[in-house]
Design a protein around this ligand. Sequence first.
Ligand code: MLC
Ligand code: AMP
Length: 505
Amino acid sequence: MSNLYSRLAADFSSNLDRIFAWLPDGSMLHYADVETQSARYANVLCDLGVGIGDRVAVQVEKSAEMLMLYLGCLRAGAVFLPLNPAYTTGELEYFTGDAEPSLFVADPAVAEKIGAMQSAAGLVRVETLGAAGEGTLAALAHQAPSGFETVARDEDDLAAILYTSGTTGRSKGAMLSHGNLASNAFTLRDLWQFTADDVLLHALPIFHTHGLFVATNVTLACGGAMIFLPRFETEAVVAALPRATVMMGVPTFYIRLLGETGFDRDLVAHMRLFISGSAPLAPDVHREFEARTGHAILERYGMTETNMNTSNPYDGDRIPGTVGLPLPGIEIRIADPATGRELQQGEVGVIEIRGPNVFQGYWRQPEKTAAEFRDGFFISGDLGRCDQRCYVSIVGREKDLIIAGGFNVYPAEVEDAIGELQEVREVAVIGLPHPDLGEAVVAVVVPREPAFADPAIICDALVEKLARFKQPRQVLFTTELPKNAMGKVQKATLRKRHASLFTAS
Ligand code: MLC
Ligand code: AMP
């Protein structure tokens, strides 16, 4: 019974005639379809020789079929490994080389490119899955039997691997177990009071924790429904809102909604909850949203490695600028980053997390895993403090990380890609305040020759190397980078120097 699918189905199987999702083409998916379609994908995976514990890499556009494949993987005991469709071939080579999936599921539009890459590397079988239900894997699934006996899994058995970047070196695969995902789904369902009557507006991508686990698993855990949009587009979201009861989003969603004149109290009168996470929600945005709509956005805090850790209360004060209280069953402590000593209430230190939500470690990287745990607590790399009422505030990051529109960008990776260019003598990549994305990626470059000071040279060279969201929004040139006595670039000085690049009116 520890298979996540079985635990979710235990709740929704008495309601098979209820709607699970309204799809972009106007059609509907009922819970009965969830049962049969996930069974079809589970059967296909077994037929293709995907065994228990084998990885299934999936790089396709957001679709209900992809969700059914996710559930099919769970049912067959395979490990679901979603990848951002924006990743370039170079980025993909690393992920597949590291994870060694036994099946790669690609979008039909790029299948040829992926197939060539995979066979050059001596890697896996490639099948395709399109957003409109086309592709070779979909065709196999449509012919497969609609019944499947979900395989038994233990709490600690892997359900998914999600890659997260790091401040040094390449991305690490965070291993999440059936128990990790189940504990968080049921805790959040209860805390946020989700019921079968809820309709979640789903405009997030489904290759990350937020859209895949928080939004989808919580909906399944309550037998509720979702309005499943392909992406966040302000107009489409405004049009769908009157049919929803709950929305989850990154702060950019709420900033964009506030930019719409028609977004007001009447439009959201029937909504019971707006939830924000993945990046800091500015207190001003929180207050403006409440003034405009009467709703205090509920901000929560999570990570790929831990799922959700804290949440502002459903009943009680939702305090702007805080990420709320530890979730039931989860311990949070604030520690001295250097010594690990637990700090007093009010003191700023690194946030550490222990609980059933915390992942099983990084795929094939036991040393990196060991280095990120202390006394059984996972060291988040986020800096924060707790107040008298145990509300947690995040005040900064120990890790050198930029969060742009809810996507993480590690400067070291961008610096490596730019530093390889022969025109570049030195480079520092920083995040600067951005009115829409929260933070935006900026590269500060020292060219070898002043004549090379052309942003286009840098930007063009990155197109094949880095996913678009990691590429700098602006490239600035300078003759020298500020450094400390040890020769380390002083990024804080650079950030201060260019602080108003995107915000000056
Ligand atoms: C898209 N682009 C981005 C970007 N998203 N660039 C920087 N940062 C981003 N976040 C690129 C596009 O490819 C496009 O390229 C250009 O920027 C302009 O795009 P846009 O039209 O303005 O952006 P849009 O496509 O509307 O996307 C913005 C967004 C999207 C905010 C809607 O990024 C999004 O859905 N973000 C959600 C991320 C998320 O789910 N994070 C959860 C991680 S889990 P071009 O070439 O056309 O100019 C996690 C744990 C937790 O963090 O706690 O939840
Ligand atoms: P990821 O690795 O994509 O899962 O991103 C996790 C990181 O997002 C965390 O370590 C935080 O730095 C950040 N994050 C998530 N939620 C919040 C939030 N509500 N406020 C501030 N930062 C957040």
